[in-house]
Ligand binder design. Structure first.
Ligand code: 5AD
Ligand code: FES
Length: 349
């Protein structure tokens, strides 16, 4: 037994380690330790969710954004981004197509775009819930007031994704402009949970200035928040941002984080993200084998796919939704899991 495998055993038993212990794993893990961790992560995930992999239909409905996050390809200063908005009808058509393909969760994701007032969001959510009562609606539209979140919830939104990006406040301030604050980000997540959303936070691995200690703090924050979902993907540079020349996050570190999160929050819903599939042709499969149990194929209309580019070289921008579903079905099966079409609610719900 190495020191790292001992720590992994301890995590499996206690569901939590100290910051120093997480940091020790993050700094010292070998490929053998990773295999040891992933095997345990799979066992935990299979005990709760079996071999099922849930799918979420991602609808990227606007790439306008009032924010200017230094890492993001649709930040307001990215002057070359070709901006678009989907109409309510277009969004409903995406859902229609998705429903036929077996999707029972729709994720409406966009930049922070003032054109979509609370009233418009409420209207869209209500219409989707009315037309597809068997489906869950997830919103991923950024930081809002508690009152706005409450309106969305009343309109029928079931879930909300808002990555915390980094739990360390100094790190947060380094990768965001001064008008964005880590305090407000965390306030949003606390409100969302209190309002009864199945809530997702998450972070990028390998973002500029990130240290192993920061990653350990991310896990501790997640353990405290107890979210229902955690989105983790590698940072990937976008050519039209201040981080154009930075390195991408590493595959191995992203997989390690997936495994550690799975052991820390056994029943969490954990996507194998598109960014993971972008840095490695088998990234999503490797993610599933490290403890992930969700995939999020793109349902956006094909003509806007290549405009929602948060980072360079994003995969699946030229494929029809049906192609992505078929492709993902094959990928999921290739590692012994099964793509399923139910809502895939968190086990506690
Ligand atoms: N690389 C990887 N992920 C990114 N995101 C934004 N920009 C990038 C990038 N350059 C992630 C953020 C955001 C989510 C929607 O996409 O974590 O919350
Ligand atoms: Fe989109 Fe494979 S998942 S083409």
């Amino acid at each position: 037994m190495s020191r790292i495998t001992e720590l992994i055993d301890k995590l499996e038993k206690d569901r939590i380690l100290t910051k120093d212990e997480y940091t020790e794993i993050i700094r010292g893990h070998t490929p053998e330790d990773d295999e040891y961790l992933f095997e345990k992560a799979r066992a935990v995930r299979e005990k709760i969710y079996g071999k099922a992999v849930y799918m979420r239909g991602l609808i990227e409905f606007t790439n306008y954004c009032k924010n200017d996050c230094y890492y993001c390809g649709i930040r307001r200063s990215a002057k070359n981004a070709e901006r678009y908005r989907l109409t309510e009808e277009q969004i409903l058509q995406c859902c229609e197509k998705g429903h036929e393909l077996g999707f029972r969760t729709f994720v409406l994701q966009g930049g922070e775009d003032g054109w979509y007032t609370d009233e418009r969001i409420v209207d869209i959510v209500s219409r989707i819930k009315e037309r597809f009562p068997d489906c869950a609606v997830t919103l991923s539209i950024g930081e809002k007031s508690r009152e706005s979140y409450e309106k969305y919830r009343k309109a029928g939104a079931d879930r909300y994704l808002l990555r915390h990006e980094t739990a360390n406040n100094d790190h947060y301030r380094k990768i965001h402009p001064p008008e964005l604050s880590p305090e407000n980000r965390k306030r949003c997540l606390a409100d969302l949970k209190e309002l009864g959303f199945q809530t997702g936070c998450g972070f990028m691995v390998g973002s500029p200035h990130q240290t192993p200690e920061h990653l350990a703090e991310d896990i501790l924050y997640i353990s405290e928040l107890q979210p229902h979902m955690v989105g983790i993907g590698p940072f990937i540079p976008h050519h039209d941002t201040p981080y154009a020349e930075e390195k991408s996050g590493a595959l191995e570190m992203t997989l390690l984080m997936l495994g550690l999160i799975r052991l820390t929050l056994p029943d969490v819903l954990l996507p194998a993200t598109t960014a993971l599939g972008t840095i490695d042709p088998k990234g999503r499969e490797k993610g599933l084998l490290a403890g992930a149990n969700v995939v999020m194929p793109n349902l956006s209309p094909r003509d806007v796919r290549n405009k929602y580019l948060l980072y360079d070289n994003k995969i699946c921008t030229g494929d029809e939704a049906a192609e992505c579903v078929a492709c993902l079905g094959r990928r999921v099966s290739s590692v012994g899991y099964q793509l399923v079409t139910d809502r895939g609610d968190h086990k506690a719900n």
